[in-house]
Every structure is written in structure tokens, then in C-alpha cells.
Design a binder for this molecule. Structure first.
Ligand code: C5P
Length: 232
């Protein structure tokens, strides 16, 4: 599997997103489209970015009863996106239903699952969610469930990529946000690391937002990420 950098295009509208991508002359970075942009602009924008030659991770984190997720995922897979996701906390039956939809509509789409959100602390998990095990055990269990349901991998913190690979094997994808250059501010992210360290720990893909989108030279920041993370 070739490691790659996915740029989180957390922009509020299509114009800003396309202007941002236009800077990458001759390069077609892998992009992540999340809920904000998708709910504002809808599936047409996904088709447009795909038609421009970008690979897309559509980060909609579906979580509902299996039948609803199955039907929704059929529509997501029909967009021809390269990666999309559900919440592992929706359970194995729900994840199987999502994978069935992908297999029926576009088996090339890689389906992954969010384990514990990187914004969830162990304390929240115990006191609010009532999940009493250590957070790393919960992440491993959710990753194993994801594998048992037949999905391709998980979204997790780069710091957890190693333990997920240990639990589920090297081929199991780890897609990891929470990336900062050594000289960046952490902002609101907590369990973070650098592109170079993420490579060392075993991330398959890193998802990088503000370290690229907020840089004075986003193309140079992207190239720096590719150099640190994707080159052998
Ligand atoms: O700007 P930054 O690099 O922090 O952006 C990270 C991206 O990854 C954002 O789009 C954020 O929503 C997403 N993400 C995350 N943690 C997760 C899942 C998604 O930071 N567990």
C-alpha cells in the first residue's frame, strides 16, 4: 500500500475550495470533504472535484440503524469516492450493512470506521458514555469489530496506529488526522504527531488540515508533508 497525504478541505463553500485546489498546478492531491462542505454544496461538488482528477475521502461518519445506513451508503458509493466512513460505535451489523452497500454499488470505495473520536478523552468515555475500559482497549475492540464486519480500516489518532495494526494486521488501513509539523501550533487537537512520526508508527494515510490550508504557502506545506510522510 502506498502511503499518501489527504488534505482536509474544511472550507465553507465550493468557490473557496476550488480556488484552494487551483493552486496545485500539475498536482492532484487526495482531498477530504467533510460534513460542513457536503451539507452546504451537496453531491454535485463531490462529482466536480472527482472529475478534476482528485481522489476523495468523503468523511460523513454515518451512524444509524443498519437499514438506513445501507440505503444511505448506496448513494455515497454511487458518487465514486475513494474512501468513506461510518462510526464503529454503530455496531457490527451496521458496518456489515454499509459494506454490503459498497460491494453492491462500487466495490472500489474503501470503507473505514471511526473508532473513538480524537476529541473523546478517556474521562469522557468513562463518565459520559459509560464505557469503562481503558480508551486504548476500546479502540482495539472497535477496530477488531470493524475488521470482523469486513471493512478496510479505521480512522484513529496517529498515536494509536501501531496498536490498531497490532490488533488487526498490517494490511488494515489506518487513516489518521491530528497531524502537525514540529514547528506548528496544536490548536484544538490533542493526540497529535508529526508526518514523519506518523510514518514511523504505521499510518497508512495522514489527514492534514490547517497545517496545509492555513500555511502561507499551502503547496510548499503539502510538499513538505509528502516528503516527510510518503517518501520511502
Ligand atoms: O486542521 P486539522 O489538521 O486539525 O484537521 C483535521 C481534520 O480531520 C478535520 O477535518 C477534522 O474534522 C478531522 N478529524 C479529526 N479527528 C477525528 C476525525 C476527523 O481531526 N477523529
Amino acid at each position: 500500500m502506498k502511503r499518501d497525504v489527504i488534505i482536509a478541505c474544511d472550507f465553507s463553500n465550493k468557490e473557496t475550495t476550488l480556488q484552494f485546489l487551483d493552486q496545485f498546478t500539475g498536482r492532484k492531491p487526495f482531498v477530504k470533504i467533510g460534513m460542513e462542505l457536503f451539507y452546504a454544496e451537496g453531491p454535485d461538488m463531490v462529482r466536480e472535484i472527482k472529475a478534476r482528477g482528485h481522489q476523495i475521502f468523503l468523511d460523513l461518519k454515518l451512524h444509524d440503524i443498519p437499514n438506513t445506513v445501507y440505503k444511505a451508503m448506496k448513494n455515497v458509493a454511487a458518487l465514486g469516492v475513494d474512501i468513506t466512513n461510518v462510526h464503529a460505535l454503530g455496531g457490527i451489523e451496521m458496518m456489515k450493512a454499509a459494506q454490503k452497500a459498497v460491494d453492491e454499488v462500487n466495490p472500489a470505495t474503501k470503507l473505514i470506521a471511526v473508532t473513538q473520536l480524537t476529541s473523546t478523552s478517556e474521562e469522557n468515555m468513562h463518565n459520559e458514555l459509560g464505557i469503562m475500559m481503558p480508551i486504548n482497549e476500546s479502540i482495539k475492540q472497535l477496530a477488531r469489530n470493524t475488521k470482523a464486519a469486513g471493512l478496510a480500516g479505521v480512522v484513529c489518532s496517529p498515536l494509536e496506529a501501531g496498536l490498531v495494526k497490532e490488533a488487526c494486521g498490517d494490511e488494515f488501513l489506518t487513516v489518521t488526522p491530528g497531524i502537525r509539523f514540529a514547528d506548528d501550533a496544536a490548536s484544538d487537537q490533542k493526540r497529535i504527531t508529526t508526518p514523519a512520526k506518523a510514518k514511523e508508527i504505521g499510518s497508512s494515510y495522514i489527514v492534514v488540515g490547517r497545517s496545509i490550508t492555513g500555511a502561507s504557502d499551502p503547496v510548499a506545506a503539502y510538499e513538505r508533508c509528502m516528503k516527510e510522510f510518503a517518501e520511502d
